[in-house]
Design a protein around this ligand. Sequence first.
Ligand SMILES: O=C(O)C(=O)Cc1ccccc1
Length: 452
Amino acid sequence: MVLAPPISSPSSPPLPFHFPCVPRTGRVCCIHHHPEGGTSSAPGRFFPGVVGNSRSDWQSSCSILSSKVAVSHHHNSQENNSDGGGGAAAAAAAAAAAVPAVVNGDHKALTGSSESSETTLDLVATVDQRNLPRPLTIADLSPAPMHGSQLRVAYQGVPGAYSEAAAGKAYPGCEAIPCDQFEVAFQAVELWIADRAVLPVENSLGGSIHRNYDLLLRHRLHIVGEVQLPVHHCLLTLPGVRLEYLTRVLSHPQALAQCELTLTKMGLNVAREAVDDTAGAAEFVAANGLRDTAAIASGRAAELYGLQVLADGIQDDASNVTRFVMLAREPIIPRTDRPFKTSIVFAHDREGTSVLFKVLSAFAFRDISLTKIESRPHRGRPIRVVDDANLGGSAKHFEYMFYVDFEASMAEPRAQNALAEIQEFTSFLRVLGSYPMDMTPWHAPRPAADDH
Ligand SMILES: O=C(O)C(=O)Cc1ccccc1
């Protein structure tokens, strides 16, 4: 049976890999790509052929597989005041009095060279009097005419957030676009307002950022890269504020968790309040002139919002690293000439524990290392009722989605075969992305003497 004609894009390099697909019937089949150009399916067989040789073939493979069940700111250094109260007051006043303006490519590149952009739309946003763009909101998500060749990377937060730094690390020279929610960052990419979104997914101290895993599933973006960012937290206050004035510490929940022991050691037994992002906490303290409130955020946030660094490096562990993934509308073509990682999510509707065992075996038998496994309640179907003959009644079980990261590229037959096998006993399987591993070495600062 011919499933689909081969689709190839003239600009796409050939795909040297085989990839599984599962039709809606749930039966495993594969698409053969004949040298003369046709494709055919072979129900029940694993990977004797290939799925076309173009980017579009790879994309349709990803979507078929998934269908089984179902700014940068404009940093004005002259206005950056980390000195006395005057700077903070100016920052506070400016942040409080945000005025609308059209950015139209006025974002400043983060660092280094720029990467070319695929978009032809423009971003309408607002900047405050210090020229820091305010985060996008849902209301801003209307595509406007645009220019430019710089890669636009949407992140949740305001300038000075760690996600902004991650965007700069992943795409030097990019234009980082602040968004007030992750949902908006995703939609910015979906609507071609941005080319990429940055999403923090896990931290070496705080663990997985669960909500963001749920977002990955709700949207159809593809993971195209990852970066690991050492995170160095500071305790920020208005200039002149002392530790004993504080009644409250604000930050992102992960940052609060990462500094909990240190705050306690400092005798700072005051209320902790969670906000959406670290730099947003700093901006809030400055904008409202709060002398009884500290923010946990980056040193860069201190500079941007005119705050003093009351304590530096307050994370509980010197080697505090956050992993971010980069998302795009299209998957990248996986390769084998450098280390790749692949992220998948799956669910099963069978009883018992053996499914998870079989999934793990599919990787183990092929010598594929897993770097992560995470389970999340199945949002649409959190509970399964199972008739239990032994109990003479029914039992309720949680239903889970399992997220797995493994160290192999989808261009490798062993990865394709592992997934083909997994499809046999899962009811849902989606490849979230196959992307180069972040191999950049990072060095934790030497632990302080009292860490021993
Ligand atoms: O709030 C931020 O700055 C973020 O980018 C999220 C985050 C929070 C804490 C550690 C790493 C990332």
